[in-house]
Design a protein around this ligand. Structure first.
Ligand code: WT7
Length: 668
């Protein structure tokens, strides 16, 4: 694939004119069957939002107590279904028990396989069984002192217990914060410190390509980490519950650490769902921003669940007989809304896979699709580009005829990858939903509805019900069709974040301080003549690396925390596979030898500080960084150097960059 067609490049999608109408047979059976039907509902949803959402909330969710007011909007805070009471776990589990779905598979779990040709471990939990496990574990949490409103940190591999933990928290009104299993001890400590969590749920280890990720060890390390004044970072953790998964040896601290399997023996499965206020916090999920400190995105109960449920139902066109597979980890928001809450609230069968797409062989995904008869597959463009590179022989080894719908999320999809996905995975019969959204938005905001919206490769197409996006200039004025600008959302929606945990000022400033009266997404976009949205990518200092949002400032602060580093600047460069790659420019302290060994040491250091996802792809040493007189690093210049554009010649060496830096000292 040509690197000029990177997904963030504007030109590659400007000329895209192919249109794919929904297949007739698909539309006939779909929830929304035509563009006209979509437009009619959409119009109502934005003209009378309260009427629309109130009707949906009544139809879709079970409430213990009805609400008295649908929406209270005081920018930048929205409250939905005020006075209403409900429980998320009840809506995902109990409500299905009296129905034909009670013995339907809620979760199908495929573990990482041991070796080529060997099947992975497998577990299937019906709604009844999942309910039983959730109730028992909820009682374990209660027994260990967890009360409504307490924060619980979940640091687990992709195993059913991750979903069980989330639902158990929701059941008793505790607020979960899931930390991706690929994050480091430092990240765990930072998140415990910020959320003031009382309890950690982890595992002895997690399997990853045959190796064991030492999760419990990381928690142990996190709990003794100190800040620069020698103060313990985490003082709030009372209990650590440990799931046995990999059987590796772990240390246990008497009185603090408990085995999951022993704890559940001590409780029964009777656990009524707590009646929660519609605006009670459901979870905090940390995500990168353009400063060093991750943001704790807060989502609440009623609005979030309704939005996750409704988007799952319409965007994935869920039917009872579907086997739905979203490949995201529960550590990301996609895993929250579209592995656990959205599908289960709809009574769907949701598949979870523990391992990597190429372990033990590159046909792992296609083997799973064939084995379970997956009908809906939701994955990331970076994965699709990787499959393209591995070759069509891997999907072609398997019968993929069960698939009826494909989805993508996380970054712009380049038209080549879209066409490949359509042809070699979807067999040209499956619509593709390119879903644009963010951790902050709770659910999908811009996406085709598969039975209604004609798709164009590379475009997320049109807004979901109730969503009013617009492309604006620096003054907040709408730009003409086909011009680029900032993507904003003009009206509140039920799934929107309710703020940043413990930081109202940053919430106001980052999301509401940029464009007056609007939620600023941080993305650039354009609308074509048909009103379709084409997302260009981030326009701030946040990068999208293989679908993961990484703040350059966060990587910079990890680098400068290394004793040999004086200064660091991190920028992105286009990458054919990952969308963007991380390039770090580093100046070392005097007397330090900048060589390949140090480069590797720094990469490992960043992995330790943040996690392997944030490891720079490229580290370039420099005598000094190009700065303005006032000392601001000229990132624009570094970006050009990193992507090899405009500035000619070899800039990878220390001396060249030093020269360049001296040459580019300019006034601000
Ligand atoms: C950022 C949000 C949404 C769950 C996964 C990532 C980019 C996401 C698309 C898409 C173009 C996309 C945006 C957005 N993004 N989906 N379909 N087309 N860009 O969640 O970590 O909060 O990242 O991902 O830049 O702002 P996240």
């Amino acid at each position: 694939m040509a690197t000029t067609n990177v997904p963030t490049s504007f030109d590659s999608i400007l000329n895209e004119e192919r249109v794919f109408p929904p297949p007739k047979g698909f539309s006939r059976l779909a929830q929304i069957k035509s563009l006209a039907q979509y437009r009619k509902l959409y119009r109502e949803s934005v003209q009378s939002p309260e009427k629309f959402w109130s009707r949906q909330a009544k139809a879709e969710l079970v409430w213990f107590k009805p609400w008295t007011r649908t929406l209270k909007w005081e920018e930048p805070y929205s409250k939905w279904f005020i006075g209403g009471q409900l429980n998320v776990s009840y809506n995902c589990l109990d409500r299905h028990l009296g129905t034909a779905r009670a013995n339907k598979a809620a979760l199908i779990w495929e573990g990482e396989p041991a070796a080529p040709g060997k099947p992975g471990e497998e577990r299937i939990l019906t709604y009844k069984q999942l309910h039983y496990e959730v109730c028992r574990f909820a009682n374990v949490l209660k027994r260990n002192g967890i009360k409504p409103g307490d924060r619980v940190l979940i640091y687990l591999p992709m195993v059913p217990e991750a979903a069980i933990s989330m639902l158990a928290c929701a059941r008793i009104g505790a607020v979960h914060s899931v930390v991706f299993g690929g994050f480091s001890a430092q990240s765990v400590a930072d998140r415990i410190q910020d959320s003031q969590a009382k309890l950690v749920i982890t595992a002895d280890g997690g399997f990853r390509r045959g190796a064991v990720v030492p999760l419990k060890q990381n928690v142990d390390d996190a709990l003794v980490l100190k800040d620069s004044h020698g103060e313990l970072l985490t003082k709030t953790i009372e209990k650590v519950i440990v799931l046995r998964r990999t059987n590796n040896e772990v240390q246990f601290q008497e009185g603090r650490d408990l085995w999951w399997h022993s704890e559940v023996e001590k409780v029964d499965a009777h656990c009524p769902a707590e009646k929660m206020d519609s605006e009670a916090p459901l979870f905090i999920l940390y995500t990168s921003g353009s400063t060093g400190k991750p943001k704790g995105i807060l989502h609440t109960t009623g609005g979030y669940l309704l939005y996750a449920k409704l988007t799952s139902k319409y965007v994935f066109d869920l039917r009872d007989e579907d086997v739905y597979w979203c490949t995201a980890d529960v550590g990301w928001v996609t895993g929250h809304s579209y592995v656990v809450y959205g599908p289960l609230a709809n009574g769907a069968t949701s598949l979870m896979y523990e391992g990597a797409p190429n372990f033990p062989e590159p046909d792992r995904f296609w083997r799973i699709v064939e084995k379970y008869g997956v009908t809906i597959l939701y994955t990331a463009p970076t994965a699709i580009r990787t499959f393209m590179k591995w070759g069509v022989e891997w999907p072609q080894k398997h019968d993929l005829s069960s698939l009826r719908l494909l989805g993508t999320v996380g970054e712009p999809i380049n038209p080549e990858a879209w066409m490949w996905y359509n042809e070699f995975i979807g067999g040209k019969r499956c619509p593709i939903v390119d879903t644009w959204w963010q951790t902050e938005t709770g659910g999908i905001l811009i996406s085709p509805l598969p039975g209604a919206t004609p798709t164009k490769p590379g475009s997320a197409t049109l807004p979901f019900f109730g969503i009013v996006p617009e492309v604006v200039d620096d003054y907040g004025r709408p730009v003409p069709r086909n011009s680029g600008g900032k993507l904003v959302i003009r009206k509140p929606w039920p799934g929107m974040l309710r703020g940043l945990w413990g930081d109202p000022q940053r919430y106001q400033q980052v999301y509401w301080g940029e464009v007056e009266g609007s939620y600023f997404t941080g993305d650039g976009s354009r609308q074509d003549k048909d009103g379709y949205f084409w997302i260009v990518g981030r326009i701030d200092d946040v990068l999208n690396v293989a679908g993961h949002r990484i703040g350059t400032a966060e990587v910079e602060s990890a680098l400068v925390s290394h004793q040999k580093v004086a200064e660091a600047a991190v920028v992105g460069r286009p990458d054919a596979m990952k969308g963007q790659a991380l390039v770090a420019f580093v100046t070392v302290k005097s007397g330090v030898h900048a060589d390949a060994a140090l480069r590797e040491e720094l990469r490992l250091h960043v992995a330790k500080e943040i996690g392997p996802v944030a490891k720079p792809d490229d580290i370039r040493f420099a005598e000094m960084l190009p700065k303005t007189r006032s000392g601001k690093i000229m990132r624009r210049l570094l970006k050009q150097i990193a992507s090899g554009t405009e500035i000619k010649g070899d800039t990878t060496t220390l001396e060249d960059l030093g020269v360049l830096a001296r040459l580019t000292q300019v006034e601000e």
